[in-house]
Design a protein around this ligand. Sequence first.
Ligand code: HSE
Length: 303
Amino acid sequence: MKPTIGVRVPATTANLGSGFDALGLALTLYNEVYFTEDDGSAVRVEIEGLGKESIPDGFADNMVGKAMVRAAAVNGGKLPKSGILHLVNRIPVARGLGSSSAALVGGIILGNVLTGNGMDRQAMLNLANEMEGHPDNVVPAFCGGLCMSVLDGGNPVTQRVPLGKAAFFITVSPSLEVSTERARAVLPQTLPYKDGVFNVSRVAFLVTAFINKQYDNIRYGLEDRLHMPYRLPLIPGGERALQAAVEAGALGATVSGSGSTVIAFATDHEEDIRKAMETAFSDAGFTSAGHILKACNEGAKRI
Ligand code: HSE
């Protein structure tokens, strides 16, 4: 029996308000993927934790499996014909916390290791970005920290800032799926020039507030006119959850990625904030799962 290869990948929150499609932050909530080669006749997928009912458990259809196949193709190598792909899922599925990016990143790293490690980190990032379509989740999932990405020739180039331990990131994921496709379909084709200026100033402000640890200023950087006004109506209880978080002591709150998770930023009152956001969703008729997290500064790693 060959040794098991394991990879741990963090959840991520994309956009952070004003940084639409550009900013992403890795969080201390993790999925794990394991591959153990054996002498059978096929690769079997085992799913533990979230998404057992909804995630495809056929190797060819599963996102981790697809990423392994793509990584093997880049390396010109062959994956083992038989083994167990075991997934441990803790990141809420399809809720705007980077579950699909975690699957892609975990699969690419596994596939790369199993077929000769031909890709360096940038090559793996390029493949993950190509498969996901946006850099803002896959980059922090790989690299950790707060990541600012631009695309050069379609490939991500990133600036990364590790965050301190004082900030809490409180996520509450309601029992409501908002697909990224739908959340992108509601965005307008054009925007007023002043809305562009509004966001440029705020995203610069947000990043420097984090760098300077001036957390009281984060709320300005979370303000957004590119996507939030169009998307919040897709999340019943969402607007109330954001208000409730601030009333309970958060420094600010926004939608995580394309939703439906909401995320609050705080340096204290974290339990009260979680409860306040959960109550907003229960008042709107949804159950929800809350997590009190910190920034994960190290990104995906072999375990
Ligand atoms: N930046 C993306 C969006 C994140 O908000 O649509 C989801 O992939």
